[in-house]
Design a protein around this ligand. Structure first.
Ligand code: F6P
Length: 365
């Protein structure tokens, strides 16, 4: 909404799935606010709070001590898309457009701008809300790291750390028992968590959505390792990985969400096939939401804090419709509209793929 006065009242919300670093952004937004003469309102439970009118002022003391805390003090929801709002009618879920309610609350709270911290889905909503007349600034988060417009999203490094630690631990037990251990990690349609986690945790095989695998290549790698005296193997598989010509393994659908597909289960499938075709004892560990919980790594704390501080500075300068982004080692900003146009996927010639292959990691291709 164009206006000539000073930006005084800012709303902040965290949308979509949580990840480590959200609180650090909220702190990074709120602490500098008083230097700009601004008041910050924390909107509860993502866009749900914007539609239902749940918000309260965030003061310095509310954000003190939250830098290292995982989750989000504001709460989040990945079912609160104002344009895809599930309502029960005659025992059936009906999807409604509640964007007018969101705008009504934005105006009732006299907000001059809204800082929305979220992933791909959140940025799509931000883009539509901008067109509706709200002054929106986006802050990209996701453990999946699948936003093209930023070199890194915060949360990713923390998730990779969990995968890396898990692989270290599984390495010792796999080795003692001469087993194959398959570790299923998150990431949706992108293989960044599996790639970076597998590389840092020394996986023997990494299976990612972008490089559909061939079953025989997996068995060959495990048996080849045995010939070299390595009687165990670690397989790091992304939840979105699939065999060449095969399809995604899903565990359900949730029509309340904009993307209803719930991924999960490929780890079990891979483990079963390995055991059946190599005769080697195989186990599975699904890391699931461990990758989203807990304290952010130092990298994520720094990135989140910078993102927060830059977002409020953008608001002060009325640079609306923009998303903060990491480009190299600098924080820049890009148009939200451009930011959502492309998903960042692992390219076959990515340096991490090259490096993994160079040190003997197989992608099963
Ligand atoms: O986008 C983040 C993410 O953790 C994905 O990696 C995963 O597929 C999904 O969210 C899980 O969502 P939920 O928390 O709804 O199970």
């Amino acid at each position: 909404m164009a206006f000539s006065g000073k930006v005084k009242r800012i709303g902040v919300l965290t949308g979509g799935g949580d990840c480590p670093g959200l609180n650090a952004v909220i702190r990074g937004v709120t602490k500098p606010a008083q230097d700009y003469g601004m008041t910050v309102f924390g909107i509860k439970d993502g866009f749900e709070g914007l539609v239902e009118g749940k918000a309260s002022e965030l003061r310095n003391e509310d954000v003190s001590g939250i830098l290292s805390r995982g989750g989000t003090i504001l709460g989040s929801s990945n079912k609160g898309d104002p344009y895809h709002w599930p309502v029960m009618k005659d025992d059936k879920i009906v999807i409604m457009d509640k964007s007018k309610d969101a705008l009504k609350n934005y105006e009732a709270w006299n907000l001059d701008a809204l800082i929305a911290i979220g992933g791909d889905g959140t940025m799509h909503i931000c883009n539509k809300l901008s067109k509706l007349g709200m002054n929106v600034i986006g802050v990209p988060k996701t453990i999946d790291n699948d936003l093209e417009a930023t070199d890194m999203t915060f949360g990713h490094d923390s998730a990779v750390y969990v995968v890396s630690m898990a692989l270290d631990r599984l390495h010792t037990t796999a080795s003692s028992h001469h087993r194959v251990i398959v570790v299923e990690v998150m990431g949706r349609y992108a293989g960044w968590i599996a790639l970076n986690g597998g590389l840092s945790g020394g996986a023997d095989l990494i299976l990612i959505p972008e490089l559909p695998f061939i079953w025989e290549k997996i068995y060959d790698k495990i048996l080849e390792r045995e010939l070299m005296g390595k009687k165990f193997s670690l397989v790091c598989v992304a939840e979105g990985a699939k065999p060449k010509g095969g399809s995604l393994v899903t565990k359900g659908r949730d029509i309340k969400r904009t993307d209803p597909i719930q991924l999960g289960g490929i780890g079990e499938v891979v483990a079963r096939r390995i055991e059946e075709n190599t005769g080697r004892e195989t186990r599975v560990t699904v890391l699931g939401h461990l990758q989203r919980g807990g304290s952010p790594t130092p990298f994520d704390r720094i990135l989140s804090t910078k993102f927060g501080a830059f977002a409020i500075d953008l608001a002060a300068h009325k640079k609306f419709g923009r998303m903060v982004a990491l480009k190299g080692s600098e924080i820049k900003n890009v148009r939200i509209e451009d930011a959502i146009s492309k998903q960042k996927l692992v390219k076959p010639d990515n340096q991490a793929v090259f490096t993994a292959k160079a040190v003997g990691i197989s992608f099963g291709i």
